[in-house]
Design a protein around this ligand. Structure first.
Ligand SMILES: [Zn+2]
Length: 278
């Protein structure tokens, strides 16, 4: 996910919200949408507040001139007739892509709102800080920003072979590139070398940036790379990797869905290797 074309992000809520303001209202991790199964729509702000009022409202910006806000509803918010709460993944390909991208952004703001009500240093209730998207503690001054967690993904190649692995959590038969979270003190390249060594026991070189993707489950920034095998024997770490294998570029197994950056990374690499092979 990325910032959609036509979206102008902002955090300062206008004095008044226009009637057409789009509301991204979340009960838990589920978004309030109309109950039409194939083409659900979002409520405008006043409809959303009438259906299921929420107090924690954050301004997100404008999409093609239409204001967007996100609202954290309580766990006991009602499900009004004609509306339902839907998981974001279930809305892929049903809501237009710009709205899915803003919904992921909105969810990360809601998640931050819910998990930063109290100061992490002294326990005092926090308040919204003027001028930026931040919570501040009125007692000790501690400031907390929305959390974004960097993670790396790397597709290792060995000549025309791709290293693909299965997490124990994957659906049967599906393989993907390796991934892991960046630790304090690491560059992303450090993280790639460490994770590849820990997860499959090999060394890599020629680390090259591919692309990045925001991923709201719950607040990751996935940064994807290619790398080339440099030595060692495959030795998967049992707790993290169910299986890891080298696959010929023209004989790969089931891959993650096309919305994920892993699929784009693998597809682009296969295309490059296919071109190099002719
Ligand atoms: Zn404090």
């Amino acid at each position: 996910m990325h910032t959609p074309v036509g979206f102008n992000p902002g955090h300062v809520r206008p004095e008044s919200l226009a009637a057409a303001t789009l509301a991204f209202a979340f009960r838990g991790d589920k978004l309030l949408v109309s109950s039409a199964a194939d083409a659900p729509t979002l409520p405008d702000f006043s409809t959303s507040q009438r259906l299921a009022p929420g107090e924690a409202i954050h301004y997100l910006g404008e999409l093609d001139g239409v204001a967007c806000v996100t609202i954290a509803l309580g766990d006991d918010a009602p499900e009004p007739a004609g509306w339902r709460y839907a998981g974001l993944r279930s809305l892929f390909f049903k809501l237009p892509e710009p709205l899915i991208a803003i919904a992921q952004r909105a969810f990360q703001v809601v998640e931050w709102e819910r998990t930063h009500r109290y100061c992490g240093r002294c326990g005092t209730p926090t308040r919204d800080k003027d001028g930026e998207r931040a919570k501040e503690c009125p007692r000790c001054g501690y400031t907390a920003y929305p959390r974004v967690t960097p993670a790396m993904m790397v597709l290792v190649t060995r000549g025309r072979e791709l290293l693909l692995a299965r997490s124990p959590r994957f659906p049967p038969g599906m393989y993907s590139a390796l991934a892991g979270f960046v630790e304090p003190g690491e560059t992303i390249e450090d993280c790639i070398r460490r994770e590849v060594r820990e997860e499959v026991g090999i060394e890599v070189t020629d680390i090259r940036y591919f692309a990045s993707q925001s991923w709201a489950f719950p607040h990751s920034l996935m940064i994807a790379y290619n790398a080339e095998y440099a030595g060692g024997e495959l030795c998967p770490q049992e707790s993290e990797i169910a299986e890891a294998r080298w696959f010929a570029y023209d004989a790969v197994p089931d891959l993650p869905p096309s919305i994920s950056i892993s699929r784009r990374l693998i597809a682009a690499t296969i295309e490059r290797l296919a071109k190099e092979a002719v």
